[in-house]
Ligand binder design. Structure first.
Ligand code: ATP
Length: 139
């Protein structure tokens, strides 16, 4: 059976490394489904969940929270380089809930003072927290 080697790499190390028959991921241009023998590409990613169907268990799906970064697909090797990424089983959902509340409070305060930079920072933090909560709920 054809497969791809999928690796997610962050400054903290390799966060995911498996053989897969299918992955889905969200790039800046939109959602992508990737099968073996996909054309070679490099694309920027947005904060979203990656879904992976592994070769060793067709009925099981892995989820990884990808916090932005870049995907490269080359000759059935899929490499995702991200500032941070967490598998569903590694996510501390209560920590993400606290991060969400903090980000919501910061967003509200920044909107009140019209601090555009702080609004953007809070929006990114909120997106990361919501993504982790979503991925953590797949456990
Ligand atoms: P927090 O405010 O909770 O620290 P953050 O969005 O500021 O969240 P990051 O700077 O994106 O955190 O990540 C710092 C490190 O902590 C990374 O290694 C990331 O994988 C990890 N991390 C962040 N949030 C969680 C979480 N809810 N569960 C597990 N690991 C997390």
């Amino acid at each position: 059976m054809k497969y791809m080697t999928v690796q997610v790499v962050t400054p903290d190390g390799v966060r995911y490394d498996h053989h897969a028959t299918y992955i889905s991921i969200r790039t800046l241009a939109g959602d992508m489904g990737i099968l073996p023998d996909h054309v070679n590409i490099i694309a920027p990613l947005i904060v979203h969940e990656m879904k992976i169907r592994r070769i060793d268990d067709e009925n099981h799906v892995d989820w990884v929270a990808i916090n932005g970064g870049i995907i490269e697909v080359r000759d059935n090797f899929v490499t995702i380089v991200a500032d941070s990424a967490e598998r569903e089983r590694d996510i501390d959902v209560s920590r993400a809930e606290r991060a969400k509340l903090r980000a919501e409070r910061k967003l509200q305060a920044a909107q009140t003072t019209h601090d555009i930079d702080e609004v953007r920072r809070a929006q990114v933090a909120l997106r990361r927290a919501l993504n982790r909560i979503n991925v953590g709920s797949h456990r």
